[in-house]
Write a protein that binds this ligand. Structure first.
Ligand SMILES: [Zn+2]
Length: 145
């Protein structure tokens, strides 16, 4: 009697386990795609205002100075942060800023191994690396001068 009960029980757990395994890829798939926030910007005179800069930096969990440096390097201009905004010298379209943001996210946020955004920078032997909290991989990143 007891033996029979145990056997049934094992089967029951096997069933739960196989159902859990089937469900897993769906979960992985659903949170894999990172949605890049929209850039809110406008040009005033000869300056460009990236209005939701600070919100964006908070969303992607990166330092404002690092993101600013990337943008000013890529645009080839100077810039500063004032409150929630980043201000760049010169006129730059929202399309241009969005493309740069996409590049930043690809180069400095998404893990090259698993494409997840749960990453942070670490310094190892004076080399800056990006470590992924999701899969544990470490990857080289281009340093910003
Ligand atoms: Zn990863």
């Amino acid at each position: 009697m007891w033996e029979k009960f145990d056997t049934n029980n094992d089967k029951f757990y096997d069933e739960i386990l196989s159902k859990a395994k089937i469900k897993l890829p769906e979960i992985v798939k659903s949170d894999q795609r990172f949605v890049i926030p929209d850039v809110e910007s406008n040009v005033e005179g000869n300056r460009t205002f990236f209005r939701n800069f600070k919100d964006l930096v908070t969303t992607i969990n990166r330092s404002g100075s690092h993101v600013l440096k990337f943008f000013t390097n890529e645009i080839g201009t100077s810039g500063s942060v004032e409150g929630n905004r980043a201000i760049f010298q010169g006129k730059h379209s929202k399309t241009q800023l969005t493309k740069l943001l996409e590049r930043y996210v690809n180069d400095y946020l998404l893990c090259p191994e698993c494409s997840k955004p749960e990453t942070h920078f670490i310094t190892q032997n004076r080399v800056e690396l990006m470590k992924c909290d999701a899969c544990g991989s470490r990857s080289a990143i281009r340093s910003l001068n």
